[in-house]
Design a binder for this molecule. Structure first.
Ligand code: GTR
Length: 400
């Protein structure tokens, strides 16, 4: 009897798996049923159609940059740090909306001394308070983060090993994500109305942070030490979802580094597992991470009826570089569903003529793959942005 029920369970799992694959929405099939058959139709029709769909149904609108202006004030002139291996600068960007309302954002950048002679590859990323990156007391306490107290200095230093990144020959440019909009539903709703002058139902914190990444890139591009052809946006978890959406929308980023982004990041909704975060859970706890329309998809991942999936938006980065990292114990972010999404997105890279052939088998723990266009590594351990992840990202940004 026991064997029989086990066999039935096996058949059920098999049926679910097969269904999951057969119902995966086709990235090449446009809304009115047109099948994309040329590069031209991909770029002129299908890609914009996917971005519009995700703007309307998932992440909401990004602020219209034309309605804002900004100036920079120096908080710290170029200062030698990290035993003379790097320079650091702190700059306050004052954002101004069309009504003249101002909002400060504190930017911090580091670059290796070699950047004086030759522009370096660099990472743009948001953090949880500039002062949480290091114990150096000359870093300004964050003006907006939840971690504003002195005690929080260096609280996230491990996640951002600046000295290693500098040693690897790369620069960084960063600011606190809360400076652009607070990561709480109520604050998000008031700031987006007061400062961004947008309907909160039609946007999301992810779209505001996306806009923030682009403003950091603007600043980087005013600085000769950063190589514009080697600009990477990087994010972990909620900020990994943001890095993905940023790279789609801001094509100045040649590289996207998406670490353990999970649901609404690089995980397939159609790869439904009870161990991973689902749409309903994310919408309930973090309603401000997606627009109002996305709430109607609650439960559609478990039923596999959601009419689109995340490989569509990943494919919109093609042919630029996309590098993912997951952790073996981070089942909440669903490493397997992320790798499957990458394999699906790869079909678009190949369609666009790029020679990219990732192994069809999920990489083993501690393995890292790269095809020159797409990269993936699976770190041993839990949900985190660890020095080992950075080793892969620095290597990737420099090598491809
Ligand atoms: C979790 C959330 C995830 C992920 C993570 C993070 O609580 O469920 O989607 O984004 O937070 O950002 O650390």
């Amino acid at each position: 009897m026991k064997t029989k029920s086990l066999f039935c369970l096996f058949l059920l799992v098999l049926a679910v798996k097969t269904k999951a694959q057969s119902t995966l929405p086709d990235v090449f099939k446009s809304q009115p049923g047109l099948v994309v058959d040329s590069k031209k139709t991909w770029f002129a029709q299908r890609r914009p159609e996917i971005i519009d769909l995700f703007t309307q149904e998932v992440y909401g609108k990004i602020p219209d940059t034309k309605l804002f202006s900004w100036t920079y004030e120096s908080l710290e002139k170029e200062t030698a740090v990290l035993d003379g291996q790097a320079y650091r600068q702190q700059v306050r960007m004052i954002l101004k909306n069309a009504q003249g309302k101002k909002m400060p954002v504190d930017i911090m950048c580091y670059y290796p001394v070699s950047a004086k002679n030759k522009a370096v590859p660099f990472f743009v990323f948001l953090n949880y308070g500039n002062h949480t990156l290091s114990s150096d007391s000359t870093i300004q306490l964050s003006i907006s983060s939840n971690y504003e107290i002195e005690l929080e200095r260096n609280a996230y230093g491990r996640r951002f090993p600046i000295a290693d990144i500098i040693k690897g020959g790369c620069g960084v440019i960063t600011a606190c994500y809360d400076d652009f909009v607070h990561d709480s539903n109520s604050k998000f709703r008031s700031i987006i109305q007061d400062f961004y002058q947008m309907d909160p139902d039609l946007s999301s914190a992810i779209s505001i942070w996306t806009w923030g990444h682009s403003r950091l890139l603007d600043f980087a591009l005013t600085q000769k030490k950063f190589d514009p052809k080697k600009a990477g946006v990087l994010g972990h978890s909620r900020l990994g979802k943001t890095a993905l959406w940023t790279a789609v929308n801001d094509e100045r980023f040649q590289y996207a580094f998406v670490n353990e982004s999970g649901n609404n990041g690089v995980k397939l909704h159609h790869h439904f597992t009870t161990k991973a975060e689902n749409i309903r859970q994310m919408n309930a706890v973090f309603p401000h991470w997606s627009c109002k329309n996305f709430k109607k998809y609650d439960g559609q991942d478990s039923l596999r009826t959601i009419p689109f999936d995340q490989h569509w938006i990943m494919a919109c980065i093609a042919p630029r570089k996309l590098c993912l990292g997951d952790a073996s114990e981070d089942l909440w972010a669903d490493p397997e569903g992320s790798y499957l999404a990458l394999l699906e997105a790869e079909k678009v890279y190949r369609f666009l003529g790029k020679k990219s052939q990732l192994p069809t088998q999920m990489p083993k723990v501690s393995e890292a793959w790269s095809t020159g266009y797409l990269g993936y590594h699976l770190r041993a351990g839990q949900h985190d942005l660890a020095p080992e992840d950075w080793l892969n990202y620095v290597h990737y940004l420099k090598s491809y």
